[in-house]
Design a protein around this ligand. Structure first.
Ligand code: HXC
Length: 211
């Protein structure tokens, strides 16, 4: 194993993480057995033997806010990749400005406690963490709230120089309810996790790697 893979967060030079100018402009070629007609994500096969399923979050106008339809599409592709013996690993990425700026606030704002409790709100996101194949998050730009939590559900985080991690839910009067209170603590330690959750302050890629 490459040494870097042992770190939770590994910094890599800018430019290596976004799909970039060389990436296909439209929907990627559909992997065998998959259809490419997704509304909120782009999916393609990359790498040697095309054994990597690359999923790019694609709601740039909303900084890739993780609305339920996006997450349903994402989980569908993760499950398909998991079943497909030709796939060895999954890479999840966003763009230079945002990996994902969080769960979709506009979708959540009218929900009451009873709604989210009875409906196990966001519980299905956990399918990313439960995936039996390695899932790599390639993060640049904002990874906030649910975006940070989604990155932490992955097995490895490669962070570009523009990456910013944060759990700003406190500013909305809620908590990192998609696993962030637990995963962030395991990733960066209790003190830094408490500081991030209680202030909502972001940290950059270097700080995240050190932590
Ligand atoms: C919905 C979002 C969004 C989000 C950004 N946008 N974040 N929409 N949900 N989480 C939208 C904005 O409304 C805006 O759309 C467009 O994206 C661009 O955002 P701007 O704010 O204009 O960009 P900028 O000034 O560059 O600021 C970037 C930012 C800021 C600092 C990341 O957008 C921000 O603070 N966003 C919210 C981050 C956040 O609170 N995340 C946690 C969400 S709660 P329009 O249409 O206005 O142009 C969460 C909880 C999970 O994830 C668990 C709960 C139990």
């Amino acid at each position: 194993k490459h040494h870097n893979v042992l770190h939770l967060v590994t910094c890599v030079p800018a430019g290596r993480l976004s799909a970039g100018p060389g990436a296909p402009a439209g929907r990627g070629r559909a992997p065998p057995g998959q259809h490419a007609a997704y509304e909120h994500i782009l999916v393609e096969r990359r790498g040697e033997g095309e054994r990597v399923t690359l999923i790019q979050l694609n709601r740039p106008k909303s900084l890739n806010a993780l609305c339920s339809p996006l997450m349903s599409e994402l989980l569908e592709v993760v499950h398909q990749a998991e079943q497909d013996p030709a796939v060895g690993a999954i890479v999840l990425t966003g763009n230079e400005k945002a990996f994902a700026a969080g769960a979709d606030i506009k979708e959540m704002q009218d929900k009451r406690f009873a709604d989210v409790y009875r409906g196990s709100f966001l519980a299905f996101w956990g399918g990313v963490a439960q995936c039996t194949k390695p899932v790599v998050a390639a993060v640049n730009g904002y990874a906030l709230g649910g975006g940070c939590e989604l990155a932490m559900m992955c097995d490895v985080i490669y962070a570009g120089e523009k990456a910013r991690f944060g759990q700003p839910e406190i500013a909305l009067g809620t908590i990192p309810g998609a696993g962030g209170t637990q995963r962030l603590t395991r990733a960066v330690g209790k003190s830094k996790a408490m500081e991030m959750c209680l202030t909502g302050d972001m940290i950059d890629a270097q700080t995240a790697e050190r932590a």
